[in-house]
Structure formats: C-alpha cells, structure tokens
Design a binder for this molecule. Sequence first.
Ligand code: GH3
Ligand code: MG
Ligand code: MG
Ligand code: MG
Length: 313
Amino acid sequence: YVLKKNISAYEYACHLAQRVHRNHSTKVLIVDDSKSALLMLKRHLEIQRLQVITAENGKDALLKMAEHPDIKLVITDYNMPEMDGFELIQQLRIRHPKDQLAIIGLSSSGEARLSAQLLKSGANDFIGKPFSYEELLCRVNQNLDYLDHIQDIRDAANRDYLTKLHNRRYFFNEGKLLHQRALFQETPLSLAMIDIDHFKKINDRYGHEAGDTALKHMADLLRGEFPDDLVARFGGEEFCILSTTDSANTYKRFDEFRRKVADSLVHEDNYQFGFSVSIGISSVQNEQLDASIHAADLNLYRAKEQGRNQVIS
Ligand code: GH3
Ligand code: MG
Ligand code: MG
Ligand code: MG
C-alpha cells in the first residue's frame, strides 16, 4: 500500500512538473534490445504524456525514424544486435543536427569510457544504468526544453513579431536555396512585391493599432492563399512572395489575390474599413535573386503610378 501510495504521489508530481507548453504529441523513440527495459521506459515517459515509439536495435530505429520524421528525442541503449547505439547515433547525425533531434545514450555505470564514446558519436547527453526514473525524466525534460528554446530563438530571428510571417532575413536565406534548386531543376520561379495602397491614411484615420490589425489581416490572407510559397513581410506594409507556380499562371493568381484583398474588410468593435494593394511581378529565370527583386519593385512602382489596386508583370 505504501509503495502504491508513493508511486501515485510521484506520478502526480510528474504531472504537475509538465511544462504547460509541451505538446502532447511530442514523439520520443526508445531503442533497447531488452523488452522489459523498453516497457519500463515507455511507461515512465507516457506518464509525462510523451508519445513513445519503440525499437529493438539500431536498424529498427532508423526505420522508425523514417516512419516518424517528427520524432524529437531518441533514447538509446549502446549494446544491441544488428546495429549498436554508437552506429545508430552516427547514422542519425548525418541527417539530424543536435539542435533538431536530441539523443540520450544509455550507458553502464562504472564504464566512464562508454559515456565519452556516446557523446563523441553525437549524443546530446547520456545516463548511466541503473538510473533513477527521476533522473531520466529530468534529463528528458532538459533536452526537450533545449530544443524548444532553440526553436523559439530561431523563430525570433526568422519571423516578424507582429504578423508572424517570415522576415526579410529569412526570405533571403531561404530564397537563395529555392533559387538554386529552381535553376538546377529548371523549374519556374516567380517573385511578387505587394504593397498596401495609402496605408498611411489607415493609420491617420483609424489609428496605429488599426494599422497593425490591417497588417495582421493581410498576413492571414497571404497565409491562406499561398500556403506552399515563401511569404515574407519585407518592410512596413510591403510583402514579398517567392512562388514556384507555373509562370503562365502567375499574373492570374496574383490578380485574384488582389481582388480578394480589395473585397475583404478589416473589422473590430470600433472600426471597419477596406484597403487595396498594388503588386509588381517578375520571373526569376537565370537572374540573381536581387535583380528579380529589383524588377518586381519597378513593376510595383508602375502599378502605383498607374493608379494602384492593380498587378503589373
Ligand atoms: P502608397 O500607396 O504609395 O504605398 O502609400 P502608403 O501610405 O501606403 O505608403 P507610405 O510609404 O507613404 O506609408 C507607409 C506607412 O506605413 C508609413 C508607416 O508609418 C506605416 N507603417 C510601417 N510599419 C508599420 C507598422 O508596423 N504598423 C503600422 N500601424 N504602420 C506602419
Ligand atoms: Mg516553444
Ligand atoms: Mg504603401
Ligand atoms: Mg511601402
């Protein structure tokens, strides 16, 4: 009875200790050739509401990784048939860097050499067998928190705080890769610069906060219409899209978007208004990305000059 009571108190403590933000579907892969060890680990990790996937050796683990590319953490034994923990870790590291996939190696206590070997193979951390589950859970949480923090920092560096769209910096980094790939595969790539018309008037008439709401509204429309393209907030009320659609359809697609923006309304309790956008398009063929941006910018300028609320390619 005492044991049972202690275990449930312990489980309750684990429950309280869960980080609120931790996603219930965080996936963990555990790899051990001992079925009983797997079962024990699985049970304790599931109390943490982690989604647990099991594998009995390194080869099996690689298959499971391919099946579940969203696994965040691997906990692996070192001594296993078929493929041992060291080789598994080395194989995993070819594709998954330390700040995207955490790996904890299970080593035997009293074999300090093994722990060093696990770390050298690419593990983020290790834990000596036999271990207390409290220590295991601390290490699991610490490693998952580390990944979360890296992701938060990455988002802060790559996204615009107001609209949560990608920022200019991310646009150039990612854009260069997309550009190279398009050149290599000889697939079309087009670029659109979008600027809100008379945005200053929105700020002047309804206030800066309403202007912010209009920018968020614009971001929602962009996310809805171009889910597969690289969309960024380029500057104040200017957005840039790098799109892999067939260039013959580019004009039509952006003109439909222009109409959609003009037909939509921004509304809150104390205001309601609409706005339009001007769009300049260029194709990104054998040119550098910078040159295509410049070309799209010139077309945007012409769209403004010719009366706004239009697309020029
Ligand atoms: P045009 O049709 O020629 O593009 O005119 P415009 O008024 O849209 O362009 P202009 O460049 O004169 O003004 C852009 C304004 O956008 C000025 C700036 O105060 C405002 N702005 C830039 N960033 C933000 C923001 O984050 N929030 C809000 N509310 N306003 C912003
Ligand atoms: Mg987070
Ligand atoms: Mg403007
Ligand atoms: Mg502008």
